[in-house]
Write a protein that binds this ligand. Structure first.
Ligand code: F0G
Length: 464
């Protein structure tokens, strides 16, 4: 069944293969080019500026100042689409007829100053764009509202994804809102209860396969060739388009003055691809005057992209068996690595890898700033420490960390860390001693006022 692509006078978009440049009229079931097998993406022919310095309004039909004020005005609207932090920016997205839009008022996420973390890493101007403040508590909602709407537009009854937990939670919610059925393929074990419980409550058909994320992807790719099921993984270019809006919203929050650095976690590499695409498009449309450097951080145990860039100069990727306690990014064969590489090269960003203990410590530090996030998001702060150490990020520069998931997504990890159990009996035990000062284990006491006062006084003495 050919999948719909939207082409209207409002936003003319086309599909293009990122490998061979073919421009198919419609997408295949797995969103790969039928000629070369690489991924397809949306592009907007009218936005390409032919000559450097050419006036954006004349060549694209979009006036940057008018767009900015239109988007700002929509914030006071009572229309559901205007209230969404994704659909509010619909002029920069392919056209989907509004009657097919499924929205939970996603986006609109806060940008927080991180003063303590900033002091600790030596960057005063450090902020976090908290994508965990979305309706299903992860960044996936911004892409999912758009891709689920495209499934609705295409008349699909079933949507499906392979997931480490957040995509499935998000997909299940949006499918339910759009009266579609959803099929979730997740690894059996190594997925947080918070995420699993979401897809159950939102009514998905949830299959826990005895494999890892990469194994789930393989089965799903075969399934969509045989069944009329719409694939909602981030290879779906509508996902990338929706996720672009996180970067657009961020620039709006910064008064369209880009930071020097944006730092994101890297798993399947859809998010970095989307943010990179948005930055380049905003630069081309003259919404921003320069590009921030987009850097991508992976866990050491799930670092195929890091190795691709560092060891093979981005020429190839070697799939691996991934292992990390940051289960969201436990991915050994990232689908969107070429798109992410392009984002890295376009913006001049870097790659880094961080250890399990570095992730756990960074997570507790983000928590101690009163913000919190799930383990995969904390790789950003851990990575920033390394980028600072190497001198890639300078003390005077501004940095935005993209926190991808909410603290409550994975309470098991948090409790084990604070109780000192997370690394007990593992090879990381010795390194974990360095993070001991960040642990705040609960204190179990008799129901006795004196005991509580004793603990309070001791804490006060220790804080001096
Ligand atoms: N952070 C969190 C919390 C995630 O859930 C994911 C990916 C990432 C970072 C990495 O983003 O894949 O775009 O590079 N989670 C996917 C899932 C794979 O199935 O929920 P990416």
């Amino acid at each position: 069944m050919p999948l719909p692509i939207a082409n209207t006078a409002e936003t003319v978009s086309r599909l293009r293969c990122i490998g061979c440049g073919a421009t198919p009229e419609s997408a295949s079931q797995d969103f790969r080019c039928t000629a070369c097998g690489d991924l397809v993406e949306f592009y907007f022919p009218g936005w390409t500026l032919d000559r450097p310095g050419e006036d954006a309004r004349r060549s694209t039909g979009t006036d940057p100042a008018a767009l900015k004020s239109l988007w700002l005005n929509r914030r006071t609207s009572r229309e559901a689409l205007d209230q969404s932090g994704v659909w509010r920016f619909r002029e920069l997205l392919p056209h989907i007829p509004p009657e097919h839009a499924i929205t939970l008022r996603e986006g609109n996420t806060p940008l927080y100053h991180l003063p303590r973390c900033g002091r600790a890493v030596g960057v005063e101007n450090l902020h976090a764009k908290h994508q965990g403040m979305n309706p299903t508590a992860s960044f996936k909602d911004t892409g999912m509202t758009f891709a689920a709407s495209s499934a609705h537009h295409g008349g699909f009854k079933w949507v499906a994804c392979a997931s480490t937990g957040n995509t499935s939670a998000s997909m299940a919610a949006y499918a339910a809102r759009g009266n579609m059925r959803s099929l979730v393929l997740i690894p059996d074990g190594k997925i947080s209860w918070g995420k699993l419980s979401q897809s159950l409550d939102y009514g998905a058909l949830t299959c826990q396969l005895r494999t890892d994320f990469d194994g789930c992807v393989r089965i799903l790719n075969e399934l969509v060739r045989q069944k009329p099921v719409y694939l909602l993984n981030s290879v779906n270019p509508y996902r990338i388009e929706g996720q672009k809006t996180a970067a657009i919203e961020l620039m709006e929050q910064l008064g369209w003055e880009p930071p020097d650095h944006i730092i994101v976690p890297g798993g399947n590499l859809g998010n970095s691809s989307a943010i990179g695409k948005a930055l380049v498009e905003m630069r081309d449309l003259k919404l921003i005057s320069r590009l921030p450097k987009l850097s991508i951080i992976q866990a050491h145990g799930a670092n195929p992209f890091y190795r691709s860039v560092r060891e093979f100069g981005g020429k190839k990727i070697e799939p691996m068996t991934a292992d990390t306690l940051a289960t969201a990014i436990r991915i050994g064969n990232p689908a969107s690595w070429r798109k992410a590489l392009r984002a890295l090269e376009a913006t001049g960003g870097e790659v880094e890898e961080v250890s399990e203990v570095e992730i756990a410590a960074a997570k507790a530090e983000i928590g101690a700033d009163g913000i919190g996030c799930e383990p995969a998001s904390a790789v950003t702060l851990a990575g920033l420490k390394k980028l600072r150490h190497r001198g890639f990020v300078k003390p005077s520069e501004s940095v935005v960390l993209v926190l991808t998931g909410h603290l409550l997504k994975d309470p098991d990890f948090t409790i084990k860390f604070h109780r000192g159990d997370l690394f007990a009996g593992t090879p990381d035990q010795a390194e974990a001693a360095q993070a001991k000062h960040l642990q705040r284990a609960p204190v179990v006491l008799d129901a006795n006022l004196g005991a509580v006062i004793g603990v309070l006084d001791e804490a006060e003495r220790n804080s001096k």
